[in-house]
Design a protein around this ligand. Structure first.
Ligand code: IVH
Length: 676
């Protein structure tokens, strides 16, 4: 881009920001998500940092919010009402603290004390008291100038009009958040998009009697200026606010280190649903007022405070393309390549569209503006299309009829149980005929739950496949290491390591082996059931005789779907070849008969909470190995409840009521004659 283009691009972005600002602050009706709004501001700031010739009085660096509405008189804040920097993760918090420590040139080991306060998602207001009387109230406006909304604020019951407490400063500007509780929001069935907009809209009604009808609340949390106030830190200040008659947040906490900030964050994020109003994060403030004063402000935010945002779970983006991925079982999964977008601190550029039926149902097309959601570790997905933004010439997305990898036929299975056709379209090829399916099969074969070959990741599978080093699972045990050593990025040591990992895994349990074959409908659980029943690899191989497969219906948990799938697997000649080759290269352990005379014989157990140094899965199998039984509900049949860290209180309480023995990890280990 030349200078002119950069400048045009910048101006357009500023114009757009002004438009968003106008809708957000003046009309109380945002037209884009908060995430998109923040992203635009970030883009503008990035441009300004990169090209020094760019500048505008509307730059987000210079202004906070939007100029006050014409409905109210404008008043300059004696102390500006600034905004806060954002943190999204532990790393950001560590940096925040590091900067403080550097700025104050304190020892690295210094423990900084913070006031951690839930960040209410409402509208901030500044309340000016002189000699104990509430004389004027302002909205934030653009941070420098606010709107005089005194009369409207006076209708809020949480705002004391007169304060008689002796230590109340002669003059003070108390700041806090005006908001509406979620239940009240539901009742005022008006045109607002969310409680925050409802609060903002009601607060800035021209007519205060209209404001009075809305049950607005106020929580106080800071001050702008104060004359002769003798308080040394934020947490004491909050306590005083309470004494003076203000409401403060009951979830405020004093916290000393980042780990504890993190666990408080997780706690609150969990409790978020139970809190009667919207919070969108936690504000951390350096507790000591002297330190706050020393730290001061940078640009438009204080150096002594930061907002730790909760992960937003949706954002708006645009579909650039729709690609079809082919899975190990041949399923064709459409994936939207989207314009990268920040969703709760993570940049997302792919979103699943699930399957053909979903695309039809939601009418998703290339070029569409869509809402993308990401929750926890789940793969981001497209929630809906904004059809108003759709281009006139946009066309339906045509789902491929042939497999994009092998060009073969695709089919939709008929589900015997639901009596419906599957939503998922699959490549009809069996086993090893379709290239993409084989690659995915091999990835599954080496994966953690299957052969668990250390260092043999998905990228390596793809790389080795492209170099024709592997074609079938058994090839893994006959890799030409001389060739690998010559590849870019590989050396003697890494090759030796890989060889070692593969050698180590040549011995495998029957259950893992069955699972690793990736037979459709045979996941870990079913593989375990089959192994338990069949006991030896020889018996498993005998399933090539379809009569033997029928017998599997004796296993509790194995049904017609699994039986058909196993039959299909053993009919395929290529699969049989793979089995026979694998058999030459590896050794499959027989299932050891479960010890029926174990130490935990005739005893039932249940686990709750985190155990020390042992995973839940391992603990369960340890119990089973010693003839104990696992129960999944607390009931009279339960003998022992093993309690780890942070147990589920409900389970413990029921166990107490039923007089069930509650033991900790140590006592349990003693039962097994183990000391640790
Ligand atoms: S202190 C100098 N404390 O968050 C910063 N703000 O982006 C002073 N907010 O405009 C703000 N809860 O509307 C502070 N406990 C809290 C808060 C809080 C919510 C809002 C407030 C402010 C915005 C900062």
């Amino acid at each position: 881009m030349n200078k002119e283009q950069v400048s045009d691009d910048y101006k357009n972005k500023i114009k757009l920001l002004e438009k968003y600002n106008k809708h957000y602050y003046d009309k109380d009706k945002p037209i884009v998500s908060d995430q998109e709004f923040d992203l635009l501001k970030k883009n503008i700031i990035n441009l300004e940092n990169k090209y020094k010739f760019l500048s505008s009085k509307y730059s987000p660096k210079k202004s906070v919010g939007y100029k006050p509405s014409k409905n109210f008189q404008k008043v300059k804040h004696r102390v500006p009402m600034l905004s806060l920097g954002n943190a999204f993760n532990e790393e950001d918090l560590k940096n925040f603290e590091k900067k403080i420590i550097n700025y104050l040139s304190l020892k690295e080991s210094t423990k900084i004390e913070y006031s951690a306060e839930p960040k209410i998602d409402g509208i901030s207001a500044s309340l000016i008291y002189v000699n104990g009387n509430f004389i004027r109230g302002l909205s934030r406006g653009n941070g420098i100038e606010g709107e005089d909304i005194t009369l409207n604020l006076k209708t809020i019951k949480d705002i004391p009009l007169k304060i008689k407490e002796r230590n109340f400063p002669d003059e003070i500007d108390i700041r806090g958040e005006v908001f509406i509780e979620n239940n009240d929001f539901k009742l005022i069935n008006e045109k607002f998009a969310n409680p925050r907009n409802a609060a903002s809209g009601s607060l800035r009604q021209k007519d205060p009697t209209a404001t009075a009808k809305i049950p607005l609340k106020f929580i106080a949390y800071t001050y702008g200026y104060a004359a002769k106030m003798n308080i040394g830190n934020q947490t004491d200040f909050l306590e005083n606010l309470k004494l003076w008659g203000f409401k403060i947040n009951s979830f405020n906490k004093k916290i000393r280190n980042i780990q504890d900030l993190m666990s408080n964050y997780k706690d609150l994020e969990d409790k978020r649903k139970e809190i009667p109003f919207d919070i969108d994060g936690i504000v951390y403030k350096v507790n000591n007022f002297d330190l706050q004063r020393r730290l001061g402000f940078a640009a438009n935010a204080p150096r002594w405070a930061i907002a730790h945002k909760f992960s937003a779970n949706s954002s708006i983006s645009e579909i650039i393309n729709i690609e079809i991925q082919i899975g190990r079982t041949g399923a064709l999964t459409p994936v939207a390549k989207i314009k990268p977008v920040n969703i709760g601190g993570v940049i997302v550029s792919n979103a699943t569209l699930h399957n053909e039926d979903e695309i039809i149902r939601k009418d998703i097309r290339i070029g569409d503006t869509v809402v993308v959601e990401r929750a926890g570790d789940v793969i981001p997905h497209v929630v809906l299309v904004d059809v108003t933004k759709r281009a006139k010439n946009s066309k339906d997305f045509i789902f491929p009829i042939n497999c994009p990898s092998c060009g073969g036929k695709t089919i939709k299975d008929y589900n015997e149980i639901t009596k419906k056709q599957d939503a998922v379209r699959r490549c009809a090829s069996e086993g090893y005929e379709c290239e993409q399916i084989v690659i995915e099969k091999i990835k599954h074969f080496v994966s953690k739950e299957a052969f668990n070959i250390d260092g043999f990741g998905k990228k390596i599978v793809e790389n080795f496949w492209n170099l024709k080093l592997i074609r079938y699972p058994q090839d893994i045990f006959n890799i030409d290491y001389n060739k690998v050593e010559k590849l870019e990025g590989w050396g003697k040591l890494s090759v030796t390591n890989l060889q070692f990992s593969i050698e180590q895994k040549k011995q495998i349990s029957l259950e893992r082996f069955i699972y690793s074959l990736g037979i459709r409908h045979i996941g870990q659980e079913n593989a375990k059931l089959l192994a338990k029943y069949l006991k030896t690899a020889v018996n498993f191989f005998k399933l090539s005789n379809s009569e033997n497969v029928e017998n599997l219906s004796n296993i509790d948990g194995i049904g017609i779907t699994q039986i058909q799938s196993i039959k299909k697997f053993f009919i395929n000649k290529r699969n049989l070849e793979v089995l026979s080759e694998l058999d030459k290269n590896i050794s499959i352990e027989n299932v050891i008969l479960v010890n029926n005379k174990g130490l935990l014989k005739n005893k039932t157990f249940m686990l709750t909470g985190k155990l020390n140094g042992i995973s839940r899965a391992e603990a369960k199998s340890l119990i089973e190995q010693n003839s104990g039984k696992i129960i999944s509900n607390v009931n009279k049949k339960l003998n022992f409840l093993i309690v780890g860290e942070k147990p589920t209180t409900k389970k413990v309480n029921i166990a107490k009521e039923l007089n069930i023995k509650i033991i900790d990890q140590k006592e349990w280990m003693k039962m097994l004659n183990k000391t640790s």
